[in-house]
Write a protein that binds this ligand. Structure first.
Ligand code: FDA
Length: 395
């Protein structure tokens, strides 16, 4: 049977990064993926320009049942470390907004950088390879099948980097969760996150009528609040603020949307009533929000006609419809479009410095399969780099 030092399952961001680090330490590393190409999510990320990290990485911007877990790995291999690596590779980048760093060119540059580093570190990358049973004795035996030929592999250590369940069309399987179960490691319930929210009935009709319209909004759910773009779609709501809040929303709960964050709709409407009482409510509202939205807000508040005829109370109702739109999503678009999977391997069962399972020496979990989920904006790739780096120092 073929023997190596390290088997890594999953050639995504985390798996490739761990492979490079372990290879640089002189470990014989085999990196296995069932997909035809490595790093498919890197390729499609950030609209094809990979938002590879964020200047404002901080533990508070990650969701986990064990919030302090990510702190160590994020500090040991930071956004600045990864950015320096991108600089060394001569890849141009820019800050788009809110500290989000994107490639100037295609995401493929990041994949090429990782592939180059893997080759230099002597990593053996095996694609189009099906992973079968995993056995554990004094090491690990992984059954693999490539071109119809079975080939068991033995290693001292095994790193699970198979990601979450989001976007099954490009290879996501939930395989890592089954490995955790095999080794009796607890799981935190998984759910789609960074995902558009869907609505039914009249709310959906209202949103569909505005499909394609985007506004700057403040969206809140419980104590979570995001000030970012909101997009109306045929099925409901999307855009960065909605994707962010989807990680905090739970079935049956409401979200609150301020459609003109930072503005004072009541003040603006009262001032216009004074200066131009003959204009319509809709016209006055369209000075605060886009015209198509103004029509709906006036209908939702049940206030229409000449602005000059409206009492303070009715203007208050309009302002409320602008700033405090409370809506209850019916659900989300699910794993089909979710950018990430919330939940995963319970971090209490892993060592925060190395990502090794406390009760199974030699078994590591890194990247999205772990119950650490970042905000939108480069946070999830940074977790993949940081956790992959941490495991790569010791696996
Ligand atoms: P990842 O999913 O990348 O890799 C897992 C690998 O394991 C895959 O190659 C898969 O084929 C393989 N695999 C799975 N099951 C297997 C099995 N049974 N056998 C063998 N191999 C198996 N984040 C961010 O920070 N900035 C961004 O711009 C974006 N943009 C973005 C866009 C879209 C459309 C999506 C879906 C996601 C993002 N993300 C993102 C999130 C980011 O892509 C994600 O968090 C990381 O890719 C996770 O890296 P991992 O290496 O953990 O898993």
């Amino acid at each position: 049977m073929e023997r190596v030092d390290v088997i890594i399952l999953g050639a995504g961001a985390a798996g490739m990064f761990a492979a490079i680090e372990a290879g640089r330490r002189g470990r014989r590393v085999v990196l296995i993926d069932h997909a035809k190409k490595p790093g498919e999510k890197i390729r499609i990320s950030g609209g094809g320009r990979c938002n590879f990290t964020n200047l404002h990485i901080a533990p508070e911007k990650f969701l986990s049942d064990n919030p302090h877990f990510a702190r160590s790995a994020l500090a040991r291999y930071s956004q600045h470390d990864f950015t320096a690596r991108v600089d060394d590779a001569g890849i141009g980048w820019h800050e788009k907004t809110l500290g989000q760093l994107f490639c100037d060119g295609r995401s493929q540059a990041i994949i090429d950088m990782l592939l180059g580093d893997m080759a230099a570190a002597g990593v053996d990358l095996r694609l189009s390879t099906t992973v079968g049973a995993i056995r554990h004795d004094d090491g690990f035996v992984v059954e693999t099948l490539r071109d119809g030929v079975g080939a068991p592999l033995r290693s001292e250590t095994l790193v699970i980097a198979t990601g979450g369940k989001s976007v099954p069309k490009i290879g996501a399987t939930g395989f890592g969760y089954r490995v955790a179960e095999q080794f009796d490691l607890p799981l935190i319930e998984t759910r789609p996150a960074l995902v558009p929210l869907t609505f039914t009935d009249s709310a959906r009709e209202e949103m569909a009528a505005l499909s394609g319209l985007s506004v700057d909004a403040r969206v809140a759910c419980g104590r979570a609040v995001f000030d970012e773009g909101l997009l109306f779609t045929h099925r409901g709501l999307s855009g960065p603020s909605i994707l962010q809040i989807s990680s905090y929303w739970r079935e049956g709960g409401a979200i609150t949307v301020d459609l003109a964050a930072g503005e004072d709709a009541a003040g603006a409407l009262r001032a216009r009533r004074q200066s131009a009482g003959r204009i319509s409510v809709k016209k006055a509202l369209s000075e605060v929000v886009p015209e198509r939205l103004a029509q709906q807000i006036s209908a939702r508040a049940g206030v229409s006609g000449r602005l000059g005829d409206q009492s303070d109370a009715r203007i208050g109702r309009l302002a409320d419809a602008v700033h405090h739109w409370e809506i209850t999503p019916a659900g989300s678009e699910g794993y089909r479009t979710a950018e990430v999977t919330l939940g995963g391997v319970d971090t209490r069962s892993l060592d925060a410095k190395t990502m090794m399972a406390r009760r199974v020496p030699g078994l590591f979990f890194i990247g999205e399969v772990v119950d650490v989920t970042g905000w939108l904006g480069g946070y999830n790739f940074q977790w993949a780099w940081s956790s992959g780096w941490a495991a790569g120092q010791v696996c």
